[in-house]
Design a binder for this molecule. Structure first.
Ligand SMILES: NC(=O)c1ccc[n+]([C@@H]2O[C@H](COP(=O)([O-])OP(=O)(O)OC[C@H]3O[C@@H](n4cnc5c(N)ncnc54)[C@H](OP(=O)(O)O)[C@@H]3O)[C@@H](O)[C@H]2O)c1
Length: 267
């Protein structure tokens, strides 16, 4: 239960973070108040499962899932671009990262500055998602605004997303690349699942990422082999079964997986 003082402190933090981020448009007035009401409401009522899930998003820092397409050698890019053209992979990526179980919420996509710049101007920010762009530069020319936030490090992004109002308004967090960001996040303890499009065809790349750590992650779903534009590929999902730090974390509740993944697996 939160005391009035704690509620007030959180409320101030909302105002402060909205001001600091220069990002007033992401959370509409109603969502903003909803976040605040969620906090105050919990002082008086029993929490529903949905509220509990929302509150677990307020655990700092946020957990996340990685979404990546990679060759067997873990190649993901060539000269700043994707080295393949797979419309069905783009469709899968969009469906996975946009879909929320609560229609009032959005998901967040976290990406490095170079991946942001690789998205054609007309397609960015990626619509229907909060775009979190990572840069160490203080004088970046990335335009913030509706649905775009800039963060200076991965931990600060995950902490921001665990704060009010984001922890109420953002349902899931997806780390979407590129190489530098995957190298820091792929096998890190906050990564609860990896959605990987496994490219079976040999394609030249010059951006690579580490392999999935099989002592921490277990294959949970793999689609049948597919082919498009002479590229063989399949969709796979790995889930964390063991934490590297505690060595005793077993996945029991897979409710964090997007429904589309669960449905595909059940087919
Ligand atoms: N196959 C896939 O699934 C996939 C997905 C995404 C991207 N890609 C490909 O990957 C390539 C781009 O990857 P990349 O490794 O060159 O670049 P990247 O990871 O997208 O971006 C690197 C930039 O992000 C910022 N950054 C990196 N680590 C940071 C940290 N810890 N904290 C704050 N900022 C940080 C830095 O920006 P500043 O220099 O501004 O400080 C850095 O220059 C492209 O070829 C792209 O097409 C592939």
């Amino acid at each position: 239960m939160l005391t009035r003082l704690q509620s007030n402190k959180l409320f101030s933090k909302v105002l402060l973070s909205r001001y600091n981020n220069g990002f007033p448009n992401l959370i509409s007035g109603s969502q903003f108040l909803r976040g605040f009401n969620e906090i105050t409401k919990h002082r008086f009522s029993v929490m529903s499962g949905e509220n509990l899930r929302s509150l677990s998003n307020c655990a700092s820092p946020r957990n996340y899932r990685v979404v990546v397409a990679a060759t067997r050698e873990m190649g993901i890019g060539k000269d700043g671009k994707l080295p393949w053209r797979l419309p069905s992979d783009l469709k899968f990526f969009k469906e996975l990262t946009v879909t929320t179980s609560d229609p009032e919420k959005k998901n967040a996509v976290v990406m490095g500055r170079k991946t942001w710049e690789s998205i054609p101007l007309e397609f960015r920010p990626l619509p229907g998602r909060l775009n979190v762009v990572l840069t160490r530069s203080q004088s970046s020319d990335i335009t913030t605004g509706e649905n775009v936030v800039i963060c200076g490090s991965i931990p600060s992004a995950l902490e921001l997303l665990a704060e009010v109002p984001y922890c109420f308004a953002i349902e899931k967090v997806f780390v979407i690349g590129g190489g530098q960001i995957f190298r820091e996040t792929l096998n890190a303890s906050g990564c609860e699942a990896i959605h990987i499009t496994e490219i079976g065809t040999s394609i030249e790349c010059n951006t690579f990422i580490p392999s999935i750590d099989s002592s921490c992650f277990q294959l949970w779903y793999s689609s049948k082999p597919l082919e498009e534009n002479n590229v063989r590929f399949s969709f796979a999902t790995y889930v964390r079964v063991r934490s590297r730090t505690t060595d005793n974390y077993e996945v029991k509740d897979l409710s964090f997986l997007p429904r589309m993944i669960v449905e595909r697996r059940d087919e």
